[in-house]
Design a protein around this ligand. Structure first.
Ligand SMILES: [Zn+2]
Length: 399
């Protein structure tokens, strides 16, 4: 019921908040943005071409210029579309899909960047069926629902609604609990999609989780020791509305770990509060999946204590030995007051807290293949750590 209500609200919000034509047409085609994940702020049809404007949901904002629209042809040929950005320059290479599931790059020779990337002219070949054009592939709320249901059934996991987004969409956690009792409860937390356009990070996260929740001896051994909580979709409203960055209150969720002013971050904080509040309960790792212009792990400095000690270096080193083709950067960062998940979790728990970033253009098969290796080596490395490690509050200085 709540899902249905949320969808109704969403249609109303789109119509009310943007208040401009969401479709335009000429004798050759119609363009529209009337679907989940769409972003086309205005649309003007000329005799032989279209001009569309792409605006962010609000500003100031990080330049992650998501766009997505549909071209419904009236006759076969090429549709010429000029895309203008008001607050960014072009970042994502245009892709096309007939069904929203299989995507391909629009040929580079059909695309021209002008005015330093503020304007992009593309020619989209069409026959007689609608074509979706977007900044990246889609992984929409329905795809997450299906993924969650499928994996929960396969791996007998628990799914729970940990809260609601600003517009009332459920925030879903997938978790598994060890069946055997141990003196110390060791937790790991994985979160994703705080930033809606960051699809490559989302692809890595799903492959990573599928490995952790797989029916393999390693994954079973891991789940026998560690409590796993994963929140793959932290910003469902942003995904539905085709946002560049923020939630429906105009907040960058990955700058809200500290203030916790938003329902989406509050829901995840409650999980951490439970870990902090339970006796003999420790957080051993937090990973937060994102995308940027390259593959990179943002980590703590090597000389900064974490519990388990040296986890990140050992994990990355053992995964690297198995990954020839996957190039990535290991970027140590000081734990600062910037209210990111990484800073908050490391400061509060002393656990390794890592931002796992994929390049926007990283090969999709390599994303999956490398995420499997990183997941396997994460499990091996954590399993090799001493379960009787000290309370990580010693490192954090608080709990
Ligand atoms: Zn991000």
């Amino acid at each position: 019921m709540s899902v249905k209500r949320a969808v109704t609200v969403c249609a109303a919000v789109i119509a009310a908040s943007i208040g401009v034509a969401h479709a335009c047409e000429n004798n050759y085609a119609k363009l529209d943005a009337e679907f989940e994940g769409a972003r086309m702020s205005s649309c003007e049809a000329k005799k032989n071409s279209f001009t569309i404007r792409i605006d962010p949901e609000d500003k100031p904002i990080n330049p992650s210029p998501w766009y997505a629209f549909r071209v419904t042809p009236k006759q076969p040929g090429e549709v010429k579309i000029t895309m203008r950005y008001s607050h960014s320059k072009h970042r994502y290479r245009p892709k096309r899909s007939d069904d929203g599931a299989r995507w391909s790059l629009i040929e580079p020779k059909k695309i021209r960047e002008r005015r330093g990337g503020r304007k992009v002219v593309m020619r989209v070949a069409v026959d007689d069926t609608p074509v979706l054009v977007a900044a990246q592939e889609f992984l929409n709320t329905g795809a997450y629902e299906k993924w969650t249901a499928d994996i929960a059934e396969r791996a007998s996991l628990e799914t729970s609604v940990i809260g609601e987004s600003v517009e009332g969409r459920p925030l879903v956690a997938v978790s598994s609990q060890p069946k055997t009792k141990a003196d110390r409860k060791e937790h790991v937390l994985f979160v994703g999609r705080q930033h809606p356009p960051e699809l490559t990070g989302a692809f890595a996260m799903l492959a990573f989780l599928e490995t952790v929740f797989a029916d393999t001896p390693l994954a079973e051994q891991f789940r026998n020791r560690f409590f796993i909580t994963a929140v793959p979709l932290m910003n469902p409203d942003g995904v539905v509305h085709g946002h560049w960055r923020h939630n429906m209150n105009g907040v960058d969720l990955n700058r809200d770990w500290g203030p916790f002013t938003q329902p989406e971050t509050q829901a995840v904080k409650a999980i951490l509060d439970d870990v902090a509040g339970a006796d003999n309960s420790e957080l051993r790792l937090m990973l937060d999946f994102h995308s940027t212009n390259r593959n990179v792990f943002y980590t703590q400095f090597k000389n900064v204590d974490t519990i388990p000690p040296q986890f990140t270096q050992e994990w990355i080193a053992s995964a690297s030995e198995r990954l020839d083709a996957y190039e990535f950067e290991y970027a140590e960062r000081e734990t600062t007051d910037l209210a990111t998940s990484k800073n908050y979790v490391h400061r509060r728990f002393g656990a390794p807290a890592i931002t796992y970033e994929l390049g926007d253009q990283t090969d999709r098969r390599l994303i999956r293949a490398s995420a499997v290796v990183f997941a396997e080596e994460m499990m091996e490395t954590l399993l090799a750590s001493d379960p009787a490690l000290e309370d990580n509050a010693r490192v954090a200085g608080q709990k």
